[in-house]
Design a protein around this ligand. Structure first.
Ligand code: FAD
Ligand code: DHB
Length: 393
């Protein structure tokens, strides 16, 4: 098999890259380890930045999102017994975020790819990326019991944080930067009407909690837990009880409860690898970086990376020039580090850390009071939350 760009991974990064390349007449094949059903049902992120929403619409795959996505013009911060709103309309020039599940974005992208006659090889086993140090990259994999080779000009490693692309780069070529947080998020999806129209991020002495939603009848909720916590210790009643305390905070306001449809625990870390390129292999999305979820940035950052990569590949195929490809990593990293900073800041402001003293707790409350009472403080949160502009050339 031969194609122009071989893509490993059919998450948001790999699928959106293939879509953008298709729009500029560049051929790509995606090799994915899981089944179509699995990637279309994997519950993950839910918040799209304004620029990502616009990009989905501009590139012709935003129709269902426009109908079913929920446009949010603000978020709430709950702390010290109060709930205060950050108003994006006022503080971020009328921009907004869209609450629309990552797996719905994935479904839309898979349908677009297959509808356009593109190739996605699902359930590929023993996937290997080779030859990218020289001129002849190849992705090797087993599908349908047979070994295959996909020759290409470039490989895009969009295979997430546990993929094979990053680890196939020789040791010593990359530098990693990491911070592991001393807590995790236990997330549930519940058949319950969201008790608030907008998201609520709660800082509480028992730990962080978040109210989000997927539709007028489905809530998405998270509680901060110990990083080694066993899901078995969290029967549904305990989760609801904790959510009521942390999100309601004794105000009498109640979450609507309902059957829990799905639950899981996610570890929290910040991670960046530099550079995001080695020879003809380019890393994008979670394969290159991880953010803690407090800023709702992971999927947005994956989309921002592949936007840069698609433009660089377009420039190469149209002009033969490689300058944009060579600048890919540096261009992406400027945004990535700003988003890392924002995600770390939101995480630090809202969570309970084991080493926190009463001083730290007071400092957190003061910071929350500041961002919700100062225009400048509120604007910095709003500007980052709705998404920084795509400012690459
Ligand atoms: P992935 O989605 O991980 O896709 C990688 C793909 O590669 C997968 O399909 C995988 O099966 C495949 N793969 C892996 N290994 C191989 C292999 N060897 N061969 C072939 N294929 C392989 N982000 C936000 O923007 N907003 C949010 O609100 C948000 N909330 C989150 C909440 C939770 C609980 C979690 C877990 C994440 C959240 N994120 C959020 C982060 C977001 O989900 C990720 O950043 C996003 O999935 C990254 O997309 P990706 O395409 O880079 O990687
Ligand atoms: C959701 C996830 C996040 O990490 C976040 O910050 C906001 C919302 C969600 O899944 O809806």
């Amino acid at each position: 098999m031969r194609t122009q760009v071989g893509i490993v991974g059919a998450g948001p990064a790999g699928l959106f890259l293939a879509h953008l390349l298709h729009l500029t007449g560049i051929e790509a094949v995606i090799v994915e380890a899981k089944s179509r059903r699995y990637v279309e049902e994997r519950i993950r992120a839910g918040v799209l930045e304004q620029g990502v929403r616009d990009l989905l619409v501009e590139t012709g795959i935003g129709e269902r999102m426009k109908l079913e996505g929920l446009l949010h013009h603000g978020i709430n911060l709950r702390f010290g017994g109060e709930k205060r709103r950050i108003d994006f309309s006022d503080l971020a020039d009328g921009q907004a975020v869209t609450v629309y599940s990552q797996h719905e974005v994935v479904k839309d992208l898979v349908a677009a790819r297959i509808g356009a006659g593109g190739t996605i090889i699902f359930e590929a086993e023993d996937v290997r990326a080779d030859g990218f140090e020289g001129q002849h990259p190849v992705i090797r994999f087993t599908a349908g019991g047979e070994r295959h080779e996909l020759f290409c000009d470039y490989i895009a490693g969009c295979d997430g944080s546990h993929g094979i692309c990053r680890s196939s780069i020789p040791e010593g070529a990359l530098t990693s930067f990491e911070r592991v947080y001393p807590f995790a998020w236990l997330g549930i999806l519940a058949r319950a009407a969201p008790a608030s129209e907008e998201l609520i991020y709660a800082q509480h002495e028992r730990g962080f909690a978040l109210l989000s939603m997927r539709s007028p009848t489905i809530s998405r909720l998270y509680v901060q837990v110990d990083p080694h916590e066993d899901l078995a210790n969290w029967p549904d009643d305990r989760i609801w009880e904790e959510l009521q305390i942390r999100l309601g905070g004794g105000t009498g306001w109640q979450l609507t409860e309902g059957p829990v449809l799905q639950k899981g625990i996610t570890a929290m870390r910040s991670f960046v690898t530099e550079p995001m390129q080695y020879g003809r292999l380019f890393l994008a999305g979670d394969a290159a970086h991880i953010v803690p979820p407090t800023g709702a940035k992971g999927m947005n950052l994956a989309i921002a990376d592949v936007r840069v990569l698609a433009r660089a590949l377009q420039s190469f195929y149209e002009t033969g020039r490689t300058d944009r490809l060579e600048a890919y990593s540096a261009t992406c990293l400027r945004r990535i580090w700003k988003v890392q900073r924002f995600s770390w800041w939101m995480t630090s402001m809202l969570h309970h850390f084991p080493e926190h003293t009463p001083f730290d707790h007071r400092r957190q409350l003061a910071e929350l009071d500041y961002v919700t009472s100062s225009r400048v403080g509120g604007a910095t949160l709003a500007e980052n939350y709705v998404g920084l502009p795509f400012d690459d050339p």
